[in-house]
Design a binder for this molecule. Structure first.
Ligand code: HEC
Ligand code: HEC
Length: 341
């Protein structure tokens, strides 16, 4: 019944087709071409030297949520990368073990499997090499490597899980790094209204949001940088944010003037649930983010040439905001795993 109704509807659309299709064509063709860039991929890329296994992912999940990894036993990776807050912490600056703020905001780790170089300034060459950064930093989790390994080796549940995931290795730093990375690569943004639209459901987002998408990919120039299904290629730019003290990637590439004040481009997935924004949490709302881009931020030699005053009208700003909001999925409940003891 439904099927035949749909066929009738389709047939009558085809009859009406030529005139309506011609009228809508130029803009529609550009929109359709842009939409193709944002389709969700079919599979997660796992590196050849750290391939996926269920046992590694399960061990990584336990480690990610286990506060025993921190020096005081109170703070886990999930304290700052909280699934209920789209894998960030909702704070302008992360708070470490000593209850003092770090100098950076906790980034989301959604879709991290697609990000090659990690950290706001790109100090980490791959996901495996991140874990012992926060773990050993005195201001963050304040762990001690030898003590951490012996703590885990003293827990029978962990000994079993390490043996299952790394039969020839046991409880080692490398095993912890690989297990955490494998688990994190499984953390994906859930489908959002935008995805349903990309897949062909025209009713999934409203006309204002569709105009916002057109602006995003044309006049506002956002897609010059925020491209691909996760809305980032993981590259580094100075977008003219107010922070003058942290030079970001300029610390690592001291001879590249364009990398002064450059920070990693975050995903825009779940953006509406991840305020405040930027590496220093200095922007409180998405509307303020749009104002920053509309002004073109701080004009300095390192600012990307893709950033300039945009001259957006108020309705255009509202449309961009409506579009950004469609990238946020319905809330997903991630159960905390039973911790091995
Ligand atoms: C106190 C809060 C806090 C804790 C705990 C924490 N992180 Fe982070 N995480 C951060 C901050 C802040 C950054 C940005 C650091 C930088 O750019 O140098 C970050 C960056 C990252 C990144 C890079 C993301 C990107 O887009 O480049 C990954 C991956 C990550 N953390 C994983 C972990 C794992 C795994 C653990 C547990 C072993 C952990 N974090 C514990 C706050 C925290
Ligand atoms: C030149 C490349 C570039 C362009 C063009 C660009 N962005 Fe960004 N975007 C970035 C970078 C880099 C950051 C992170 C900057 C930082 O933390 O200092 C960012 C951050 C953001 C954030 C905050 C995300 C978060 O989690 O903190 C939002 C939202 C955003 N951009 C939306 C947009 C919109 C909307 C446009 C178009 C008006 C746009 N961007 C244009 C590179 C760009």
């Amino acid at each position: 019944m439904v099927y035949s109704l749909a066929r009738i509807l389709l047939a009558s659309l085809c009859l009406l087709g030529p005139t309506t299709a011609m009228a809508a064509e130029p803009q529609d063709a550009a929109r359709q071409a842009s939409k193709a860039d944002y389709r969700r991929p079919d599979a997660v890329p796992f590196p050849a030297d750290d391939p996926y296994t269920d046992a590694k992912a399960a061990l990584g999940e336990a480690l990610f949520f286990d506060p025993i990894l921190s020096g005081s036993g109170t703070r886990s990776c999930a304290t700052c990368h909280n699934p209920g807050l789209s894998w960030g912490d909702g704070l302008p600056l992360a708070i470490g073990e000593n209850q003092l703020p770090l100098t950076l905001r906790s980034p989301t780790i959604l879709n991290i499997a697609w990000v090659r170089i990690l950290g706001w300034d790109g100090k980490y060459r791959d996901l495996e090499s991140v874990a012992f950064g926060p773990l050993l930093a005195p201001g963050n989790m304040n762990a001690n490597e030898a003590q951490l390994l012996s703590r885990l080796a003293a827990i029978p549940g962990y000994v079993r899980q390490f043996a299952a995931a790394f039969p020839t290795e046991g409880v080692t730093r490398r095993a912890i790094e690989q297990a955490l990375a494998t688990y994190q690569r499984t953390i994906l943004s859930a489908p959002a209204p935008f995805d349903r639209w990309i897949e062909g459901d025209e009713a999934a987002i409203d006309e204002t949001a569709k105009r916002g998408f057109d602006l995003f990919t044309t006049k506002a120039g956002c897609s010059e940088c925020h491209r691909g299904w996760s809305f980032t290629e993981g590259s580094f730019y100075d977008i003219g944010a107010a922070d003058e003290t942290d030079i970001g990637r300029g610390r690592i590439f001291t001879n590249s003037p364009k990398l002064m004040h450059a920070f990693k481009m975050p995903t825009l997935r779940d953006a509406a649930r991840r305020a405040p924004y930027l590496h220093d949490g200095s922007i409180a709302t998405l509307a303020e983010m749009i104002e920053l881009y509309d002004r073109g931020g701080v004009d300095r030699p390192s600012r990307s040439e893709l950033i300039k005053p945009l001259g957006l009208t108020e309705p255009e700003k509202a449309a961009l905001l409506a579009f950004l909001t469609t990238l946020t999925s319905d809330p997903v409940v991630v159960p905390t795993p039973v911790l091995p003891r």
